[in-house]
Design a protein around this ligand. Structure first.
Ligand SMILES: [Zn+2]
Ligand SMILES: [Zn+2]
Length: 498
């Protein structure tokens, strides 16, 4: 009780599970000539929501008894199969009573903003009940799928199988609840090769090594292969993210959190476009990102440089901006960083990640290795992946940060890396608590129009920076040594009109 009170006094956000974030009530009517059609209803889930609650009813539920009898009499006259079936029964009336009265038959299915199926409402079992889709499996309703609730536009598709009455009126209530904070980050490696491609460690060795290095997660991304996933499940306390690295003739790309093999050969037989290959990743609940876009290409490393032009950047979830040592020229990290900034300024919300493109675990002992820090609700695969998709990530070769943005007049409201903030042009306080840094450095706040603020610091400390934004599209931070070496890059907090 005391610590909760202390937290309140310190202005910490206390999780209030039942806080209503948004609610909608939708009333629509459909005529009986709309049987066998689909209707789509969209709604927008805000950042860091805990639950989506849906209630759905329609009226009338069934056709009147008399009209139902008329319908079945007509059917008996015209439908030989039905009359044969009924005449073979001992008690014909019982059967007729059982099928009457005819009901309107309406259901819906729901997709989240990442295009993943989240469940189906089934009449009559869900009629008039509150349906819960939660991040936690324990409270999610039967017929629906728990897990991360990605922000953005969700779709509910109404299936009108049969409208037997003249018309029906539907009443749909949707609300979103809860808002969790994001002070916890998990660090790890998103790009690792094992002996199942050209790495030198087995999966067990990679996991043990990740545990020794206190990594929270490791992604297994062998070249065009998933055979490593079949090594028996190991029990190190490290979250494993199954993936693969598409190693094509014209570029490499990571696909993370897929559940089966995906082949890129169709790109070269003209059967599929790159966008269609990326769709296959997304259909499996995975995310897609370009690896080392500016690595040496042919003939030094055939296919290693990104040369594809026929694809939509909208489909790219992340970009490997920092590979191994920042200044390693093989990867031209500064060029990848510029490419990322160029895409941000064009309006794409692509998450920057770091990696070591790990082939030999000893490489990891070299200085200035970057890690990807993912701010997530738990160290669990689905939430980590969703946080990468939402951009809740910073890249660091050492410092650890806790960063949030608050309106100057409302300091208890906190926006985190990756959040979409629905206004710009305001007075803000950006708070950055820097730890694990043992040298003086420079913290820069950068917007889409360039550097906004610069603060020199001596060591780990908590820095509050007043900030006046003027129609910025986003802000992010960069931390360098006094000599200008990059030590940390955050992903943006985005300003949006949505
Ligand atoms: Zn590669
Ligand atoms: Zn690789």
């Amino acid at each position: 009780m005391i610590s909760r009170l202390e937290n309140l006094l310190k202005g910490e956000t206390i999780k209030i599970k039942e806080l209503v974030r948004d609610k909608w009530e939708i009333n629509k009517s459909y005529n009986n000539n709309e049987s066998k059609t689909l209707s789509e209803i969209k709604f927008r889930v805000a950042d860091r929501v805990e639950k989506v609650i849906i209630e759905f009813v329609f009226f009338p539920v069934e056709e009147g008894w008399r009209k139902s009898k008329d319908i079945i009499s007509d059917e008996l006259r015209d439908n030989e199969q039905l009359s044969d079936f009924l005449s073979g029964l001992e008690n014909e009336e019982d059967f007729v009573d059982k099928v009457l009265p005819f009901r309107n038959h309406i259901n819906f299915i729901i997709y989240d903003s990442r295009g993943n199926f989240r469940g189906r409402w089934d009449h009559p079992s869900h009629f008039g009940q509150e349906i819960i889709i939660s991040r936690d499996s324990g409270e999610t309703s039967n017929g629906f799928i728990s897990g991360p609730l990605p922000r953005g536009e969700w779709k509910l598709i109404i299936e009108k199988h049969s409208i037997i009455t003249d018309k029906i009126d539907i009443n749909l209530k949707i609300k979103t609840l809860g808002e969790f904070s994001l002070h916890q980050s998990y660090s790890g490696e998103l790009h690792a090769h094992s002996i199942h491609s050209d790495g030198n460690s087995s999966l067990e060795e990679l996991q043990r090594f990740a545990a020794e290095k206190s990594l929270d997660y490791i992604a297994i991304t062998d070249h065009n292969n998933i055979s490593g996933w079949h090594e028996k499940n190991l029990h190190h306390p490290v979250t494993i993210i199954p993936g693969l690295e598409f190693s094509t003739f014209d570029g490499h790309a990571l696909s993370l959190n897929i559940d089966s093999f995906i082949n890129w050969h169709d790109l070269y037989t003209n059967k599929k476009s790159l966008n269609e290959i990326i769709d296959m990743v997304h259909y499996q609940g995975g995310i897609f990102g370009i690896s080392h876009p500016l690595e040496f290409g042919d003939p030094l490393c055939v296919g290693c440089r990104w040369n594809f032009t026929e694809f939509s950047w909208e489909n790219v979830d992340f970009l490997e901006v920092w590979v191994r040592n920042w200044s390693k020229n093989e990867f031209k990290n500064d060029g990848s960083y510029n490419l990322w900034k160029e895409k941000l300024s064009e309006g794409y919300q692509i998450t920057a990640i770091a990696s070591n493109d790990l082939h030999d675990k000893n490489e990891f002992n070299t200085k200035r290795r970057p890690l990807t820090f993912i701010q997530a609700r738990c160290n669990c695969k689905e939430e980590l992946i969703n946080s990468i998709w939402e951009g809740r990530v910073y890249l660091s070769s050492g410092p650890i940060i806790d960063l949030f943005l608050s309106p100057k007049e409302s300091r208890d409201k906190k926006y985190y890396i990756g959040d979409l903030v629905s206004c710009s042009g305001n007075n803000w306080i950006i708070s950055v608590n820097i730890e694990e840094i043992f040298q003086a450095g420079i913290l820069k706040v950068i917007g889409d129009k360039g550097e906004l603020k610069r603060v020199h610091f001596d060591h780990s400390e908590e820095i509050s920076i007043p900030l006046l934004t003027d129609k910025e599209k986003y802000i992010y931070i960069e931390i360098t040594s006094e000599e200008g070496e990059i030590l940390l890059i955050s992903n943006p907090i985005y300003f949006t009109n949505k």
